[in-house]
Write a protein of this length. Structure first.
Length: 152
């Protein structure tokens, strides 16, 4: 397995992975539209000096990805900046092999080199496999977003 920064030539695979993330999240959030959904500005994540988009290759094939970006924190927080992790995706064939942990570790190291000590991410509470993976990486639940959907 080879961990590296994403390159513009990786965009077709990353766009497929983005749709994979969206498809995986639909069961946890029925409000996600059926078509025409995008989450990420992938070219910006690759070019922004305050972001780092990593991929893992196996035999020249990209099998996983994730990004970290530095954000300005709320004025009420003690820290001025924090890092946000997202677009964590592992090809089904490679799940359960510690691939996501490799990416999370690399993204956290990148943030630490920029003097960031606070790292955040979002995960659907119903996605217990992902919750367990992030808890294993040291993350703890902090906020629970709740929703009320009224029928029209």
């Amino acid at each position: 397995m080879k961990l590296r920064e994403a390159r513009p030539g990786d965009l077709p695979v990353l766009l497929e992975f983005e749709q994979g993330v969206i498809d995986e999240e639909r069961p946890f959030n029925p409000a996600i539209r059926d078509a025409g959904v995008t989450y990420y500005d992938l070219p910006k994540l690759m070019s922004d000096p305050d972001s780092n988009l990593q991929v893992i290759e196996v035999d020249g094939r990209i099998v996983a990805c994730g990004y970290v970006t530095i954000r300005t924190s709320k004025a009420t927080f003690q820290h001025e900046k924090h890092a946000y992790l997202g677009f964590m995706y592992v090809d089904r064939e490679f799940r359960g092999q510690g691939v996501n942990q490799q990416i999370v570790d690399a993204l956290i190291e990148w943030g630490k080199r920029r003097d960031i000590n606070d790292f955040y991410l979002d995960v659907y509470s119903g996605n217990q496999a992902a919750v367990r993976a992030y808890e294993k990486a040291g993350f703890q639940p902090l906020v629970t977003e709740m929703v009320l959907r009224l029928e029209h």
